[in-house]
Design a protein around this ligand. Structure first.
Ligand SMILES: [Zn+2]
Length: 450
């Protein structure tokens, strides 16, 4: 598996265009590795506690005098360590101690981030300098200034099953014998792990709303919308659990007004997605050179944040529950499953007739025209199509005919595997005992749930 490139799951349902037609945009996250930097970083890899770290298997040399580079890296690592422990223990002065005292704007923004992280509630926080990334000179901040790539590993209490990686570019400079943080936006690398969006604690004053297993982040002035979304999230949860047979530890819902909370690349059918289940990546090894998906957070389009309801959330939560199984499942199953979770809840929320009308139309207009299952590459196009609706019908048919347990096992097996057509065909045969062609033929005879 190529861990350098990971797709970000996107879960759109656009309410303005009516039901169904949503697209799956694969925002590609590239974990850039600068090969030339490998030697550089390893040398001074000794943290403030004096604990030699054998990154990349290179022993740390301790017999000679430390070089300038080693001293610099040790100084930066000590600052990073102090800042992480300051957040965990609630000591703002310690957090700001190494932030350039002459840069008022930078200090203010870090003070806000500190307050936000404290409000969110952090169980684990650490900053890990990327030893493979060569520190880059930044002459505009003085001769000693270097930008380093830092992984922020943050685990939200009661929500995340493990620390989520956020990529940062921090610039440090030596002033009067002390290493200071002088800029935090010098490299365009902060978005590599998260796609093109900013973390919710980076976007000004926030408020949070909590329910068991749910944390909603909203702008400071929108506390009531946060409470509403927390209630809607709770209403969505039981149905999602019964469909997916999975119970994530907790889920983070982000409903900010700032457009930067969303990746502009999250588009579907020619318009921005209403919401997205964005993967949480966690390091798969101590050096953080490989990452795995450990969950998802749900990001609501700022323009939809006041309308987003339990149905939209049920769709996204279904994706979130299935995310850590892997990326190999075909899009029709990924989206069809989420639609199935959403529309089952809709039927139980007073929309039975609407759901039935939608089903009838798809069975009459769309299913007869299909000759193959929806294809990944054209699932999300520039125009609204009925890919979502058709996928929902397929999953509903499978759940009716084979039972949800079989659909679930099929999903898990496909998700784990390659997205190779031959592999998929084999897995479908194993679970459903039919070929894809026979499945499509059987769909045409489907007449809705019994
Ligand atoms: Zn979706």
């Amino acid at each position: 598996m190529d861990m350098d490139v990971e797709p970000v799951g996107v879960e759109p349902v656009n309410r303005k265009r009516g039901r169904g037609p949503l697209l799956w945009i694969a925002g590609v996250v590239v974990l850039a590795v600068v090969a030339a930097a490998v030697i550089w970083g390893v040398v001074g890899r000794q943290d403030a506690g004096g604990e030699a770290s054998a990154a990349a298997g290179t022993p740390t040399v301790t017999t000679s005098e430390p070089s300038d580079e080693e001293r610099m890296l040790a100084g930066i690592d000590a600052v990073l360590k102090a800042r992480a422990s300051a957040v965990l223990s609630g000591r703002l002065p310690q957090y700001l101690q190494a932030v350039d005292p002459k840069n008022r704007k930078l200090r203010q923004s870090h003070q806000q981030v500190f307050a936000n992280l404290r409000m969110i509630g952090v169980r684990h926080l650490s900053f890990q300098r990327d030893a493979r990334w060569a520190p880059e000179p930044r002459a505009q901040h003085g001769p000693s200034a270097r930008t380093v790539r830092v992984l922020m590993l943050v685990q939200i209490a009661g929500i995340d099953s493990s620390p989520r990686a956020v990529s940062l570019g921090h610039t440090f400079a030596e002033r009067g014998g002390q290493w200071l943080l002088v800029a935090d936006d010098d490299l365009g690398i902060e978005s590599e792990l998260s796609g093109g969006y900013r973390e919710p604690w980076d976007l000004g004053a926030i408020a949070v709303a909590r329910k068991p297993g749910v944390l909603v982040i909203v702008p400071a002035a929108e506390r009531r919308n946060g409470e509403r979304l927390a209630r809607e999230s709770q209403a969505a949860m039981p149905g999602v659990r019964s469909v997916t047979r999975r119970a994530p530890a907790g889920i983070l819902v982000i409903a900010l007004a700032d457009r930067q909370s969303m990746d502009p690349g999250w588009r579907t059918g020619g318009h921005p997605a209403a919401a997205v289940a964005a993967h949480n990546f966690s390091p798969a090894n101590p050096e953080a050179t490989e990452f795995m998906v450990t969950g998802s957070r749900v990001v609501i389009n700022p323009g939809e944040r006041r309308e987003a309801d339990r149905l939209l959330l049920a769709h996204e939560f279904t994706h979130a529950a299935m995310a850590s199984l892997g990326n190999g499942a075909p899009t029709w199953l990924v989206e069809g499953y989420a639609e199935y979770g959403e529309l089952r809840l809709a039927e139980r929320s007073g929309y039975r007739r609407g759901v039935d009308a939608h089903r009838r139309e798809l069975l009459r207009e769309e299913i007869p025209r299909r000759t193959v299952l929806p294809i990944d590459g054209v699932f999300h196009g520039e125009y609204d199509e009925n890919s979502y609706g058709v996928s929902w019908i397929i999953v509903e048919y499978l759940a009716e005919k084979y039972g949800l347990a079989t659909v679930n096992a099929l999903y898990a097996d496909l998700a784990r595997g390659d997205d190779d057509p031959a592999v998929r065909e084999q897995v479908i045969r194993k679970h459903l005992k039919v070929t894809e062609a026979a499945l499509v033929a059987a769909l045409k005879k489907y007449d809705g749930p019994a």
